[in-house]
Design a protein around this ligand. Structure first.
Ligand code: PLP
Length: 383
């Protein structure tokens, strides 16, 4: 047991050889690696863009490019719309509670993020208590068609546990709302299977936080109008009808982060120019294959998610043997410029969590596996 325990201070003295170091050491699940090309493009565009009015053509054109780019990326049918607003996915949960759930929602809960949306719905006094279907961390439950449910809340990728699930309509009349915050742009999706597919750009879209983006089906648009036109009290900043009207006008309700907007558009257009969503999906899948294959072969590492079909293509969770403290491994990696490989705190496991978003080069994931092997070897007694 204890003989392997190096303190983090000595772990930090390990020097990973050049050949085993990723060219870019950012493996965080969010905020995630922002491509240097995007930052350079922002710097070049800055003097005519940053610090200019979001009610004028320059910024509105950027909102327009974002809406058009996402429509193309996700091959949205003509009657779907892209809606955006400020505050990230967490703020959208509150907006959905006020502006979208008619009476009762059903939530699949299998980690911290899916639990938070269910908790937000449970707090609302204007709604019936939500139906919660839960499963153990490392697995996912399935939705159940139920007559009185008007919103099914699914999560395509539970970022806290590294479990991904297929997005499929459960049947029944309820609208399907999908938290795709850490999946959108890197996982396949059929627009026919959802009514509202939402995300924030600091994950697979390699931008910064602060925005929410929602792809809405005609039924979702109808629901937004139905509740927006009703007598229900809705705080103006959480009003999806207002957000829809602003989006159609290439604006947001209040001032957006212009840099975030720019970086998001840059990634969307980069993916489109590289081959579209299928290309991005393949790139993340390649990284995932490298990482899970390495973990399967490793003597001290094992994918946390037992069923290979549930393993996330964008956020990999890798358990370590108890003799190999993940804290020490992460400390040594961090000291070498390889950051944010720590597991989700509240999961409380001896685990690494590694993002595999399209902006991350699969060659860097390969180098990361060598860096981890080197560190674990160096931490072992006599290493
Ligand atoms: C990161 C994340 C969120 C929260 O996103 P914010 O933009 O920080 O509010 C919600 N759901 C999932 C699945 C996430 O990964």
């Amino acid at each position: 047991m204890g003989e392997h325990r190096e303190d983090p201070a000595s772990a930090a003295r390990i020097v990973i050889p050049e050949g085993s170091r990723p060219a870019d050491g950012r493996f965080g699940s969010g905020p995630s690696k922002v491509r240097p090309e995007a930052v350079e493009a922002l710097a070049r565009a800055a003097s005519g863009y940053l610090g200019t009015s979001h009610r004028r053509a320059g910024v509105r054109a950027m909102v327009g490019r974002l809406r058009t780019g996402l429509r193309e990326l996700f091959a949205l049918p003509d009657d779907y719309e892209v809606v955006l607003g400020n505050g990230g996915s967490s703020m959208l949960w509150d907006a959905l509670v006020f502006s979208f759930i008619r009476r009762k929602s059903q939530h699949l809960v299998f980690g911290e993020f899916s639990a938070k949306f269910a908790a937000a719905a449970a707090l609302a006094t204007h709604l019936d208590p939500p139906e919660v279907i839960e499963s153990e961390p490392g697995t996912h439950p399935w939705a159940r068609a139920t007559p009185d449910i008007d919103v099914y809340a699914l999560t395509q990728n539970e970022t806290s546990t590294g479990v991904a699930m297929a997005v499929e309509r459960p049947g029944g009349d309820g609208l399907v709302v999908v938290d795709a915050t850490s999946a959108a742009g890197a996982a396949p999706i059929d627009p026919g299977e959802f009514d509202l597919y939402y995300f924030a750009p600091q994950k697979a879209f390699a931008a910064d936080g602060g925005l929410w983006l929602a792809l809405c089906s005609p039924r979702a648009l109808e629901r937004i109008e139905e509740i927006g036109d009703s007598t229900r009290y809705v705080p103006p900043s959480l009003d999806l009808l207002g957000a829809l009207e602003s989006s159609r006008d290439e604006q947001t309700y209040n001032t957006p982060a212009l840099a975030t907007l720019f970086l998001t558009v840059h990634t969307v257009e980069w993916i489109l120019a590289s081959g579209g969503l299928a290309w991005a999906v393949e790139r993340s899948a390649r990284s995932a294959h490298i990482l899970y294959t390495w973990a399967d072969k490793s003597e001290y590492a094992l994918p946390f998610v037992a069923d290979p079909a549930d393993r996330s293509p964008t956020v990999a969770t890798i358990d370590l043997d108890p003799a190999t403290p993940a804290d020490d491994v992460c400390a040594a990696l961090r000291a070498n410029g390889i950051v944010d490989t720590e597991s989700y705190r509240k999961l409380g496991r001896n685990q690494l969590r590694i993002a595999l978003y399209p902006a991350i080069d699969p060659a860097d994931v390969e180098r990361l596996t060598r860096a981890i092997d080197f560190v674990v070897d160096a931490l072992a007694p006599g290493g």
